[in-house]
Write a protein that binds this ligand. Structure first.
Ligand code: FDP
Length: 322
């Protein structure tokens, strides 16, 4: 099996980006170990703090954030970082070539139940004419990402990553401590009979999503003429990993639970990197109005509607919004 660096060189990834990717992944190996230790490491449960988005921070969230932040800011490759767990962007090296956005531990509610969680990251080139402490440095569309990926801390620790030459799967080999390539150019089947949505929010969705899901539930008796199965891991990394592995549609649609917060998932460190991975695997990643990666961001913690997965199923869903 190919090791990470040769696999990246085969895709003509520049050496400084390879070095940055290795830096991010060094932190994920440490997080993988800490996650596997769970109670033994004394890191279970919540801290007394909330992040800027009003969510209770888990101790592992805070530790994972600190690990990634420290390695990135010490590396010299990075001009600035932004994280789900940081209020604002954090300046790094003025000469750094890259900026990195990350969600250190996605799926926090799964930490306490020993279920799937992961780290998501998104890398852009740093604009040369902007200062490291200017938060506007992050206002770049997802279509300008040079690398995106996640590390899934499951029964095995898997890295799923793209640098724009396909989406590849790697597994952390604990015997030598490196990520090994296990599947190159993953392709999402165009059609599916599996959907992922938090059904408990059904009454809050907009009419088109209500109608679409209602038709899926009618199965072979309804207009779709086939039965659908449902899955919900409650961690975007887990649900997207299933979609990349065997197809499906995953959505966190707009809802009217809170007029000021119609969307749940974050653009910069959830939706954009996942969109890059999904599109590179032949899938679609959209809002009901257009391509997620074409959105020009207005703020670091911006939220967005997400409808992604198997191409034909995403198109079928979007058909209800026309
Ligand atoms: P979490 O808040 O636990 O970090 O990041 C948001 C997210 O998880 C996604 O990973 C996940 O898909 C979704 O929220 C789960 O939402 P529900 O709480 O509605 O199930």
């Amino acid at each position: 099996m190919q090791r990470l660096a040769p696999a990246l060189r085969q895709d003509n990834v520049p050496l400084d980006l390879i070095s940055l990717i290795k830096t991010v992944l060094a932190a994920t190996k440490e997080i993988s170990f800490r996650v596997s230790q769970a109670h033994l490491g004394g890191l279970m449960g919540s801290t007394l703090d909330e992040n800027i988005q009003g969510e209770v921070q888990k101790q592992l969230d805070v530790v994972a954030n600190q690990l990634i932040k420290d390695v990135l800011l010490e590396s010299g490759f990075v001009k600035a970082i932004s994280s789900e767990e940081e209020d604002t962007s954090v300046p790094g090296d003025e000469n750094g070539h890259f900026i990195v956005s990350f969600d250190p531990l996605d799926g926090s509610s799964n930490i306490d139940i020993n279920s799937l969680i992961g780290t998501i990251f998104s890398i852009h080139e740093a604009p040369k004419d902007m200062a490291a402490d200017d938060p506007d440095i992050f206002k770049q569309a997802g279509n300008k990402q040079v690398c995106a990926g996640y590390v899934l801390y499951g029964p095995s620790t898997m890295l799923v990553m793209t640098t724009g030459s396909g989406t590849h799967f790697y597994v952390l080999d604990r015997t030598h401590g490196g990520y090994l390539l296990v599947e190159r150019n993953v392709q999402i089947p165009e059609e599916t009979q599996e959907f992922a949505i938090n059904m408990s929010n059904q009454r809050f969705w907009q009419a088109p999503m209500q109608d679409y899901i209602a038709d899926l539930l009618k199965g072979d008796q309804g207009p779709r003429g086939k039965n659908f199965n449902m899955r919900w891991i409650a961690a975007m990394v887990g649900d997207v990993h299933r979609v990349l592995t065997r197809g499906g549609i995953f959505t966190y649609p707009a809802d009217n639970r809170n007029a000021e917060k119609p969307y749940k998932l974050r653009l910069m460190y959830e939706a954009n990197p996942m969109s890059f991975l999904i599109e590179q695997a032949g899938g679609l990643s959209m809002t009901s109005e257009g391509r997620i990666m074409d959105i020009e961001p207005t703020s670091i913690h911006q939220r967005v509607e997400v409808i992604l997965g198997s191409k034909k199923e995403v198109e079928a869903c979007l058909g209800y919004y026309k």
